[in-house]
Design a binder for this molecule. Structure first.
Ligand SMILES: [Ca+2]
Ligand SMILES: [Ca+2]
Length: 272
């Protein structure tokens, strides 16, 4: 029995040594998705809301859609998003990120042309609020306020964001079909922003807007996306992050697995 235990321990050490000798393989990165009501848990919330310059104090936090674009009123519309990324394992290096929005409808009166939408990081937090599609002046996030009261204004109306582009996409607002998946695939700056938020167990605040050249043009281009309140849960905004499990934590898992294996073997022996 003692000889058998010694053999088991030797085998376990050998397995662990072999495991640790294998360098971390980016192809074995893990994925975690953040999506309201779905993932990582059913209780997860990922606030999103439209802000618009022609209804500067109005909050649309509970609307089923978020809107991005420009009207000929003229009005500029942007959408803000918040993702708490504290469920990414502490210290895990992040190597990729995608924000996925889903088109809820096309806009028949928009210009038919490719339009560039851009993703940036907000430098201040916001509170979502419960304004519906009609909007409500409730002090929560709007073109002018970041909330939770009208006393808390953005530094600049339309949201305070870092000028570093995190990702962009191009689509035609008139012809894009409902259900189209719009993926903002992260530039290195997007990955860095999520890494910083993960390291701080914090919430990442984002804004999607039309390119500046479009926001200043006198054309209508409007995109309708499903929001975090959308009853079609599959359409809700989703942030998917790819990370490499830390070698240290992987070793802990390996040691745990070896321990379990040893216990199972002992259990089998005892039963004989
Ligand atoms: Ca919500
Ligand atoms: Ca919302």
């Amino acid at each position: 029995m003692a000889r058998q235990s010694a053999k088991l321990i030797a085998a376990a050490i050998g397995t662990l040594a072999a495991f640790l000798a294998v360098p971390a393989d980016p192809a074995q990165a893990s994925l975690i998705t953040f999506k309201e009501g779905i993932s990582p848990t059913g209780a997860y919330t990922a606030p999103s809301a439209t802000i618009r310059s022609d209804q500067g104090n109005n909050n649309y936090g509970a609307d089923a859609i978020t809107i991005v674009g420009k009207t000929t009123t003229p009005a500029v519309l942007r959408s803000v998003y918040a993702f708490d990324v504290s469920d990414i394992p502490d210290g895990a290096p992040i190597d990729g990120a995608t924000l996925r929005l889903t088109v809820s409808s096309s806009d028949g009166t928009s210009i038919s042309a490719p339009i560039t939408l851009e993703l940036y990081q907000l430098s201040a937090s916001f509170t979502e609020g419960a304004g519906n599609s009609s909007g409500a002046n409730n002090g929560n996030v709007s073109w002018n306020f970041r909330g939770p009261t009208s006393a808390t204004t953005w530094g600049a109306p339309g949201g305070d964001f870092s000028p570093t582009l995190l990702a962009s996409i191009t689509a035609n607002p008139r012809t894009v079909a409902p259900g189209t998946l719009v993926d903002f695939v992260g530039e290195p700056a997007f990955v860095s922003a999520i890494q910083a938020a993960s390291d701080a167990n914090a919430t990442l605040y984002l804004v999607v807007k039309s390119a500046a050249v479009v926001e200043s043009a006198n054309v209508r281009e409007i995109f309708f996306f499903a929001s975090d309140e959308n009853t079609n849960t599959a359409y809700r905004p989703a942030l998917t992050v790819s990370y490499v499990p830390e070698p240290a934590s992987a070793a802990v898992v390996a040691i745990g697995a070896i321990g379990l294996l040893a216990r199972r073997r002992r259990g089998t022996s005892a039963g004989r």
